[in-house]
Design a protein around this ligand. Sequence first.
Ligand code: HAM
Length: 445
Amino acid sequence: MLLLTFKGKIGKILNGVDKMIQKPKGTYDILGDSSDNILYLKKIIEALMDKYNYKYFKTPMFEASELFHRGVGETTDIVNKETYDFKDRGGRDMTLRPEGTAGIVRSFIENKLYVSSMPVKAWYFGSMFRYERPQAGRYREFMQFGVEAFGADDPIMDAEVISIMVNFFKILGLKGIKVNINSLGDKESRENYRKALLDYFKPYVKDLCEDCRNRYEKNPLRILDCKVDSNKDIMKNAPKLTDYLNENSKNHLEKVKTYLDSMNIDYIVNPSIVRGLDYYTHTVFEVEADIKGFGSQNVLGAGGRYDHLVENVGGPSVPGVGFAIGIERLMLALQAENIKLGEEKNIDLYAFGYNLNDKSYLMNIVNLLRMNGFNVEMDYLNRNIKNNFKKADKLKAKFIMIVGEEEMEKNIVTIKNNKTEEEFKMNKENIVEFLDSKLGGLDES
Ligand code: HAM
């Protein structure tokens, strides 16, 4: 649905040009039906965010590299291996954002939003960039819809954030989803667990992959997220974080569960969810597409709590929690469940001139109608009558307006109902009122 190419046709048109310039690997063009779908999704997101009182944030697509390296965490694969890093012409180290949270956190601090009344609830929609091996559902430029809520450490905020993602999928009619939640605990629990992992993996370090040997030094928790070593027995028998959660962390998780239950949201507690980003504390969650035959890239959206990220990026101690949904994966899931987005778009009126040298009169009316809120398409190619009617049918135009010499002289228009074929002649001044009355109850006409 999203990957549209026109190699054959355009190749021919460009005959003579040595090599056709193609889109970069791992990217795609949005056009046709896909663009309607994306715009429709955005409208739903806007309406949904209004209900929850989240405000739209737009941050730059590139930021100082330091933000991601220091803030998101050096042992995060996304930052370690997948970022698009470059020097700008002023010699500054810049990075195309691989995710949205860090930029929102930077903006929250830079704009001193922490002095305002908490919580600050933000949402965003836009492109992210990761240099990953492309495959279905995995791109180098992809879009995320995300939310971030700052200033509340109450588990009710975690539950709200999870409920937004689940309700969004529900509103879209997506049925095959599975919500996995887990807790990574607070600082103390994490520290105890870290020590346990260091002790446990010590005799096996030499058997681990190079990345994991590095993780052993910097962030042993991430060893458990390793794709290379995942099947080894040493991984399976490793200590479980759940056994190291202190009372505070256990209570937090229990409360999140209670609040999810109160909203009748189904979930499973899945201790293997550790997430690929370093900044999480307490709640983490992933929503998977549970659809037969869906590809391996089946995590539609994910998120969690990050109580120290704002501090790590240089702000005060303010907790946060959020998620991001991959728009392309969501579109693939909708497609897999045969869900069509939005209503079919119809044109209110198709206008064309008949034997006109000067189309000013036609243009004047078309402009008037568009300014009065009607969807109007017109003939730009001087088609003959037959082809104009064909075009109007193709566009599913409800009315057709024909302007010829006679109409111009008498200051009138001829309008045809494209369904009933009834024809009306009227003064130009009456056309808006006429269409208003007709389009209000077109189905009955
Ligand atoms: P993430 O798990 O890295 O989390 O990404 C969130 C979602 O973005 C994934 O579940 C997936 O749907 C989509 N995604 C990630 N990489 C790709 C890719 N290469 N191609 C297509 N889709 C992709 C974050 O980004 C966190 N910032 C989420 C968050 C917000 N945590 C707290 N607040």
